[in-house]
Ligand binder design. Structure first.
Ligand SMILES: C[S@@+](CC[C@H](N)C(=O)[O-])C[C@H]1O[C@@H](n2cnc3c(N)ncnc32)[C@H](O)[C@@H]1O
Length: 211
């Protein structure tokens, strides 16, 4: 990701990382469909390395570790990585960019990217998806979640903290097509309503894509 965009994201998350971790650290307890999707993903990746790309404060990585996954996490935001390390000291987290993943080709069994493509326009997904495909072993899986739509939402306040972040919604068909162009086969798709009161009231899609 280019420097001005990366700096803007780092700045946007620096002010909210602590509150984000407090608010969403236990979010999966109230999201049974997400747990079911992650359970199937963890089972399919058993034995291999799974990377949580755009891990935020590490709650998804923590859940996958509890399901037996051999997992580590990377995120562009040092503040998010600090939260992840302090909340989950048993898991390796480090700063990194989904445009240049710090792994050799075919090294990884699974990538989970929950709501981490939300700051990219759909036409910007080609490079990170090609990078996902590069690091995944043949037959490896990418589990990708995002808000559905065509909106761009500017957020100036999150969990009571001042910030400035742009959230991009995506059409599932467009994301699936770009995954296909990057070499993936879509294995499963889950569309769900928002959990009332627990999250932004947007439709969500979860894709399981095989490399
Ligand atoms: C909405 S948060 C989602 C965090 C977490 N996955 C979750 O489900 O709560 C988006 C995260 O993606 C990270 N991110 C955005 N662009 C990234 C990039 N190019 N490489 C790595 N992480 C990125 C942000 O720093 C942020 O922590």
């Amino acid at each position: 990701m280019n420097d001005p965009r990366a700096d803007a994201l780092r700045g946007g998350y620096a002010t909210v990382a602590r509150a984000y971790s407090e608010q969403l650290g236990n979010e999966l307890a109230g999201k049974p469909l997400d747990r079911g999707f992650l359970d199937a993903f963890a089972e399919r990746c058993a034995g291999g390395l799974v990377v949580d790309v755009g891990c935020g404060p590490g709650q998804i990585a923590h859940y996958l570790a509890s399901r037996g996954a051999n997992i580590e996490g990377i995120d562009l935001s040092p503040a998010m990585i600090d939260e992840a390390i302090s909340s989950h000291p048993g898991i390796a987290f480090r700063v990194g960019d989904m445009f240049a993943l710090p792994y050799a080709s075919s090294y990884v069994a699974g990538i989970v990217a929950f709501y981490s493509i939300v700051h990219l326009r759909s036409d910007e997904l080609r490079a990170p998806f090609r990078e996902f495909h590069r690091v995944l072993a043949p037959g490896g899986l990418a589990a990708i979640a995002f808000h559905v739509g065509t909106d761009t939402v500017h957020v100036a306040e999150m969990f009571g903290c001042t910030t400035s972040l742009e959230f991009q919604f995506h059409r599932p068909e467009a994301v699936a097509q770009i995954l296909g162009e990057a070499g993936f086969t879509i294995e499963a798709r889950l569309d769900r309503d928002p959990y009332p009161g627990a999250e932004h009231p947007s439709q969500r899609t979860y894709l399981l894509a095989r490399s």
